[in-house]
Design a protein around this ligand. Structure first.
Ligand SMILES: *Cc1c(COP(=O)(O)O)cnc(C)c1O
Length: 461
């Protein structure tokens, strides 16, 4: 008799509103991608079937959040929704003070300007694009202190987001604690593939930083997803709630920047959260210059309400199980088919290794750009290049940077796609993998000066 393997979880929601998707033919997609210069950023969304470009602001809100949208108190000052959001941040994250911002980078701008003096260093567990840019614009120099395993796509270390304490300590010894503005801790680490940091490591980072009077600023954008990995992987946390784990994580930091467009299940919104009253005072002064009054920070009252309600929902274990479980499901199916992806499978995305798809292509033929275009051609799925195009050029020599990793990111929006969409995605990637030997690569015919991956154009070789 065969034994039935029971599923332990399914999506903890049912669908009440749908958005129809357009199916296209291969001939149509050939003309759309050529028109877009073989750059998925330049496709029109209406021509995309399954959109895995990013998980930022692309989440589906719940009926509870939509109901909250009708409860927007759109007063210029002292909106009721601000106080609701403040209470949720205090309750779930544990910080004392809240400054809302229009999205994550608004918070990064403010904290960087307040805490960084020109010439100071800002260490972090791998960079994030907007975070580092704001640190540099404030006169700081970013220093990567993540463990080496984070840069190795095949390392299966369970906490590839960990800080290498020796690297951090030697920076303190070399530069002097007074020349370090603060340390930024990403949780999870986006650029490493959505890899978590362990509680034990975070605690040690905080202890070391505190001994030297250095502040810890948490990038809490996907901190709830990080808390889920701690619960699953770290000894002593299996029986703790996500909320308790999140509170403990935040207790090892002095402030947090937040993009609500990720963890918090909204389409727009962010905040800066702080414990130090003096820094809060300054941040409140600055938010008026860049975002809006300190009780709305560039958001409508309804957006703050949706985010406050999103905090409650995002912290639910069954939500995180389904969210991270979906990414894991796709990753495991791809691994079973022998398709090369970055390991371990991260919290929000799967990264395909384009160098292994196309060993026949030199990096200057843009393997990852090619793979993203091929995937769109195959089935209308939109992914993102993370390779030589994204890396850009060295300002001094004018040469391309040649990054070690040539990846295509399949990023999953929260609560948006079904398991059937996931299966179609896996089948499409497999089809592209089967046809890999025929592919000849691309040549760049237009290159913008900054952040070229957004708008560069290519032709087929
Ligand atoms: C998206 C993101 C940000 C920036 O937030 P925005 O809301 O896009 O401005 C910062 N840090 C991380 C880790 C992110 O993923």
């Amino acid at each position: 008799m065969s034994t039935l393997q029971r599923r332990s979880w399914a999506e903890p929601f049912k669908i009440k509103a749908v958005e129809p998707l357009k199916m296209t033919t291969r001939a149509e997609r050939e003309s759309y991608i050529a028109e877009a210069g073989y750059n998925t950023f330049l496709l029109r969304s209406r021509d995309v079937y399954i959109d895995l470009l990013t998980d930022s602001g692309t989440n589906a809100m719940s009926d509870y959040q939509w109901a909250g949208m009708m409860m927007g108190d759109e007063a210029y000052a002292g909106s009721e929704n601000y106080y609701r959001l403040e209470k949720a941040v205090q309750d779930f994250y544990g910080y004392k003070y809240l400054v809302p911002t229009h999205q994550g980078r608004g918070a990064e701008n403010i904290i960087s300007q307040i805490l960084i003096k020109k010439g100071q260093y800002v260490p972090g567990n791998m960079y994030f694009t907007t975070t580092r840019l704001h640190q540099e614009l404030s006169g700081g120099t970013f220093v990567d202190v993540i463990i080496d395993e984070a840069h190795d796509s095949q390392s299966t270390h369970p906490f590839k987001g960990n800080v290498d304490l020796k690297k951090f300590e030697s920076l303190i010894a070399r530069a002097g604690a007074e020349n370090i503005a603060y340390i930024t801790i990403g949780a999870t680490v986006n650029m490493a593939g959505g890899q978590p940091i362990a509680m034990e490591n975070l605690r040690a980072v905080h202890a070391l930083a505190s001994r030297h009077g250095i502040k810890v600023v948490l990038d809490a954008t996907r901190a709830m997803e990080n808390a889920f990995f701690i619960k699953k992987r770290e000894a002593g946390y299996a029986d703790k709630s996500i909320k308790d784990i999140l509170r403990e994580m935040c207790s090892y930091s002095d402030a947090a920047t937040m993009s609500g467009k990720k963890d918090l299940l909204v389409n727009i919104g962010g905040f800066l959260a702080l414990n130090d009253y003096d820094v809060f005072e300054e941040a409140r002064n600055m938010v008026v210059v860049y975002e809006g009054l300190h009780t709305y920070g560039g958001l409508a009252g309804r957006d703050m309400e949706a985010m406050a309600r999103g905090i409650e929902e995002a912290c639910q274990l069954d939500h995180l199980q389904a969210r991270i479980g979906q990414v894991e499901y796709v990753g495991n199916r791809l691994l079973e088919l022998g398709i090369p992806i970055v390991k371990p499978i991260g919290g929000h995305a799967i990264f395909l290794d384009a160098k292994q798809f196309y060993p026949q292509l030199e990096q200057t033929k843009f393997p990852a750009q090619t793979l993203a275009a091929e995937l769109y051609l195959e089935s209308g799925i939109r992914a993102m290049e993370r390779g030589i195009v994204s890396a850009g050029r060295n300002k001094e020599t004018g040469d391309h940077y040649f990054p070690k990793l040539e990846l295509v990111r399949l990023t999953f929006p929260r609560r948006v796609y079904t398991q059937a969409h996931c299966d179609v995605t896996v089948e499409s990637v497999y089809e592209v993998w089967q046809n890999r030997s025929k592919v000849k690569g691309l040549t760049m015919v237009y290159e913008p000066k900054y952040l070229r991956f957004f708008q560069a154009r290519f032709e087929k070789l």
